[in-house]
Write a protein that binds this ligand. Sequence first.
Ligand SMILES: [Zn+2]
Ligand SMILES: [Zn+2]
Length: 391
Amino acid sequence: MDILKRIEELEDEVISLRRDFHKHPEMGFKEFRTAEIVAEYLRKCGLEVEEKVAKTGVVGLLKVKEDGKTLMLRADMDALPITEQNEVEYKSQNEGVMHACGHDGHTAMLLAAAKVLSENRDQIKGNIKFVFQPNEETEAARVMINEGVLKNPDVDAALAAHLWTPIESGKIAVSDGAVMGGLYEFEVKITGKGGHTSAPQFSIDPIITASDIIQTVQIIQSREIDPLKATVIMFGQINGGTATNIIPEEVDLRGTIRYLYRDDENSIEKPKQRFERIVEQVCRTHQAEYEINYVAASPPVYNNPEMVKKTRETAEKIVGRENLVDYTNLAGEDFGEFSLEVPSTFFFIGTGNKEKGTDYPHHHPKFNIDEDTLLTGIKMHVLGALNYFNN
Ligand SMILES: [Zn+2]
Ligand SMILES: [Zn+2]
């Protein structure tokens, strides 16, 4: 049977899977119900299934040719701490939790792709690992790698998709190099010496130290790093002080460093090290103490040019060359960890449609996807996998 026709037959199934996940969203590392459905579905497709990888992750292996290459296809399963404002029949039933990033769609699309690929195993000249990752919104890819997800059989390449509302439905974005930002989420605790604001000479003021740090770290992007290499250092929280006339003991700063280039040993950019140097020296200037912690970190998602070429070929077959677009952004995505280890492509499936109300940004309480684009996702996984083995 014609594969594209077979995929189209699965439209109702993929929509109902997606709506079921949407109705029962689960936070990162708590995707128990989702993981159970995923594991059961993959078993029915005849795959070898491993559960509880990185707590709630599921890995399905389609082993066809042991000595062939192994391709990994990855979807994420976690939801967000948001109260849904969409009035739809499949509205979230878990108060305060919502699939507001499209991961419900990713999981559904990859399940359907696993079904089609397992039905067409005679056309696959290697093995396919279907990786259903937990907790993407914080981080779990590195945990999966540490638990051996890229081994036995060893993964040679990886593909992953993100449904993306900023891109119009019908379009697919595939670009070379860094396509999503590297990220450090930091906390800086500045400790001074409290006192009366009338006599600053007896105190060490953590507020002026904090304001100096906020200003001075901006020279990293404007003076220290190639201005053509996107770098942005933002502060999202400042906490400190209790009254107008008290110099506080402590100020806490929290924020993010994002960048769109490789930051390895050979890189001269190193935004994290530069940030730490400035915090240290500014604190020394003010005689304050400090402590830096990183809440989360992930490298940029880096697309391998050879893999991108193949993914473009696949996308062209599905939506036509005129609907292929270039796209990069500075949001973090922990698929970056996989892209650091194996040649990868991370591509965006446009799902923004104003008429259907699916043009809200990701993480918005009215976020929704254009379900007509789910089939595009299945096609990209299936044809992308076949194309990988055919070259
Ligand atoms: Zn997200
Ligand atoms: Zn996401």
